[in-house]
Structures are given as C-alpha cells and as structure tokens.
Design a protein around this ligand. Structure first.
Ligand code: AMP
Ligand code: ZN
Length: 463
C-alpha cells in the first residue's frame, strides 16, 4: 500500500482513496509569463511520479493541471501576492506582445518540455482565463456566506472568519518572512484578494466585468474554482512546490472549504526546491536553467529526469553540471545494458515487489533506481530482466521501451561476415531472387542481427 507524507498532518500516512479505484489529483501548474525552469519541472516530475505510482498500484488517476495566465502578481516574491504588477502584463510590455500572446507562447514552450520529460498528460490542462465565470461564482458564494469584504483595490477573503485558517502552513515563519508593509486596508495580515479591480489610470489587457467592478481574479481563486469543477468539492491529492504550502495552498483550502463546508483535499504533497549554489532556483532571481540550456550542452531530457529520480522529493537538491554528467553516464549505461537484453518474457515478481515497496515508501525513487541496478546484476534470465525493466519504466519514464527502435545499425557498425551477407542479400533482391534473399536473412539472424526492408531501404538491428 502506498504511504505518502501529508503536509496537513506532517506525517507519512497510508493512502486511502475516497473512491475505491479512482483517485482525483490536482497540481498547481506554471504561470505562463516566462519559460519554466528545471526547478519548476522538478515539482511537476514529483507529481508525475506520484501519478505513475498510483497507476502502478492499480488506481485510475483523474489528473488536472492548471495554467496560470492571469492574476499572479509580482508582489508574491516580496511576501504579498496582492500587490505589484500582473506578471503576464509585465512580460507583454517587455516583449512588445499582448498578454494573450505571451500566455500562448510560454504555454506552448511549457508543453513541449513537459512532453520531452515524459510527464504524464493530465486529463486536462485548465487555464484561469477560461474559467472566469467559475471564479466569480465562487467569490459570490463566499460573499453570500459573509467571508468577504471590499477595499479600494479589490474584494478580500477575511481569514479571521475561517477558523481553521493556515493549518497547512507555518504561520510564524510567514510573519517573520514578510518583507513588505501590510496593506493597511486589510483586516488581517493574511487576508488575500479574491477579485482585484483594474487600476483607474491604466487599461488592463486582461479584465472582465464582475458584480464588484471591472477587474481580474486573485491568484488563488483559480485553483479552487477549477479543481472543484473538474474533481468535485472533495478530492484526494493536491500537489505543488513547497513554497505553495505557506500561502497559496492555505488560501485554496480557506476559499474552498468556506464555500462548500466540507473538506477540500485529503492529502497535500509538496516537493522540495531545486537549488543552485545553495540558493533557490527561481525565475525572478535569474539563476535558473531551462531544459533548452541543458540540451544545448548535449544533455537530453531523460538525463534530467534521472537527476530528479536520484533525490527524494522532500529533500532539497543542488543542481550541478557534475551531477548532470554522472546522471548522463548512468542513463547511457542503463541503455547499453537494456540493448543487450533478449526479448522480454515475464516480469520477476520478486523485483517488481521490491520496486513497488520503494515507491510506496513515500516515493523513494533513489531506492527504486537501486532496485533497477540490482536487477541488472542479478542471475535472472535476460528476458525476465528486460520484461521487469519495461514494467519499472512505466514509473521511471526513461523511455527504455524505445531503445531498440533508436538503435538501428549502419553497415559499418556490423561485424564483417554479417556485413557481407547483407550485401549479398541486397544483390539477390535486386535480381528479384527473393527466396535466396530470405535464406540469407535467416543466416544473418543466426548471427544475431535482424534485417528489415522498408521504404527508405533496409534497417538492421541487434536481436
Ligand atoms: P510558478 O511558475 O512560479 O508559479 O511555479 C510553478 C511551480 O514550480 C510551483 O509549484 C512552485 O512551487 C514550483 N517551483 C518554483 N521554484 C522551484 C524550485 N526552485 N524548485 C522546485 N520547484 C519550484
Ligand atoms: Zn494552485
């Protein structure tokens, strides 16, 4: 049975889904004003490993990821997410595009990297700007129940009215960490905007009418509105980066539970940061690497995925090129080993159980990788090793099932006798002596190679 650390209780707990075999899971996705960096992708990879582990355990996962394309203000970096400029509008000015164009461009870039990293596609990527009505409806409900008040710049949630407020976060840490003056119109320091009014002196590109005035949704409300729309008012798992545990997620809980009067989410899963030289990798600090930066240096997405897998998701991870080199070597070695294995037959129960036990122990991916190498060293037949590795790869996502396809050999790479047989076979085919050509193919097979004819000529693979 899966055991997972739940930030709500600060304990590793057995996982009990609400429904027998179907799990509902939501992950906070990117704010699409810039490229997502490999720190962000660490968080999405943690969520991906959790989804795949749930699937390995036999659950069907209904998985939703959002794309924040409005309302995430720059004040968030300073401790007050209700102040500052909208990141999308700021990027639009800088890049000379519309906010909509910025969102479309970085969404596409994000989805490309998402795919390269083999991250499990959710049932839906949901955009904040596609769900303005749902967000307004939720704010209306909160207003009717008396949880809101209006200031000169927006409609706010009154956290003092929600008794359980902040159970997820470490309140003291937040107070000490706040770096900006508290907005004097807020009743409580941790109150947050549900709806912001457009500034009087400036026309925003993204703005909508609402019962309270023209404006745009606060950053947090989108996740409550969209998660509940697609997963229901009460679902199993909500994931995100560790920073979201302090403000964004407590606010999601407050809004949702105040509106529905029921538990929002059972398990909150938070992934630790990726650091560079001991500092958080972040877009605003400008110390981040993108997948593209690594690809330029000759590393592929699977190497980065291996790097993520090597460290437990609740441990901070320092990014270094030395670490990346070590992972690249490990991936190369793994591929070479898999290439030499015979056709897969059946899965080893012993190793599959060991692998699952590692993952079910709060997603211990480094231990799961150790099981991979133990399996390769074991005395099991190659065909069993192969089948078992392919099963592991449904969680590891290292594309071990695609090695054979990639590794077609050229004539020059073949041992001389095989090469000359293949050339003889080509002669036979040219003369339309297909029976002889087939005979030669069988001889080639006996020497351990398979030759296939295609539209673009022959392909040769090691069997
Ligand atoms: P953002 O695009 O800034 O809204 O962040 C998207 C996700 O990435 C959030 O879940 C963040 O918590 C997470 N995140 C941001 N920086 C890092 C980092 N350095 N390491 C891991 N996750 C991060
Ligand atoms: Zn969110």
């Amino acid at each position: 049975m899966l055991h997972i650390f739940n930030s709500l209780t600060r304990k590793i707990e057995p996982f009990h889904p609400i429904h027998d075999l179907q799990v509902g899971m939501y992950t906070c996705g990117p704010t699409v004003y810039d490229f997502a960096h490999i720190g962000n992708f660490r968080t999405y990879t943690t969520a991906d490993i959790l989804v795949r582990t749930l699937q390995y355990n036999g659950y069907e996962v209904k998985y939703i990821i959002n794309l924040t394309d409005v309302g995430h203000l720059t004040g968030d970096n300073l401790g007050d997410a209700d102040l500052g400029e909208d990141r999308l509008e700021k990027s639009a000015k800088k890049e000379g595009k519309t906010a909509w164009e910025v969102a479309a461009f970085y969404t596409e870039a994000f989805l490309k990297d998402f795919e390269k990293l083999q991250l499990t596609k959710p049932q839906r990527f949901v955009k904040a700007t596609d769900h303005i009505k749902e967000q307004i409806d939720l704010v209306k409900q909160l207003e009717e129940k008396g949880f809101t008040y209006t200031t000169t710049d927006g409609v706010y949630f009154d956290t003092s009215k929600f008794e359980k407020y902040g159970e997820l976060s470490n309140l003291d840490e937040i107070k000490a960490g706040a770096r900006v003056e508290i907005n004097p119109e807020k009743k409580n320091a941790r109150d947050f905007a549900l709806w912001k009014f457009s500034p009087q002196d400036e026309q925003r590109q993204m703005e909508w009418k609402s019962p309270w005035g023209v404006g745009f949704p606060g950053w947090h409300i989108e996740c409550s509105a969209m998660a509940m729309k697609y997963l229901g008012p009460h679902f199993d798992i909500h994931a995100g980066g560790i920073d979201l545990r302090e403000t964004h997620h407590p606010n999601e809980i407050a809004q949702s539970e105040a509106a529905t009067e029921q538990t929002f989410v059972n398990y909150w899963v938070h992934s630790a940061f990726m650091l560079v030289s001991g500092q958080r990798m972040s877009k605003s600090l400008g110390n981040n690497y993108k997948l593209y930066d690594l690809e330029k240096e000759g590393y592929d997405a699977m190497t980065l995925r291996y790097v993520y897998l090597q460290t437990h998701y609740r441990q901070e991870m320092n990014f270094t090129f030395a670490g990346l080199d070590a992972a690249a070597n490990a991936v190369k070695k793994l591929r070479e080993e898999v290439r030499l294995l015979e056709e897969p037959t059946h899965v080893s129960k012993e190793y599959s159980d060991l692998f699952l036990a590692a993952l079910n122990d709060d997603l211990n991916t480094s231990k799961a990788l150790a099981v991979v190498w133990e399996l390769l060293k074991s005395d099991l037949p190659d065909s069993v090793k192969h089948a078992t590795l392919l099963k592991f790869d449904t969680v590891l996502g290292l594309q071990l099932d695609q090695i054979e396809k990639e590794e077609t050999l050229s004539l020059e790479q073949l041992p001389r006798p095989v090469r000359s047989l293949i050339m003889q076979r080509e002669e036979m085919r040219k003369m339309r002596k297909f029976a002889q050509a087939d005979q030669i193919r069988n001889q080639v097979k006996k020497l351990g190679y398979d030759v296939q004819d295609g539209q673009d000529g022959i392909t040769i693979k090691k069997i």
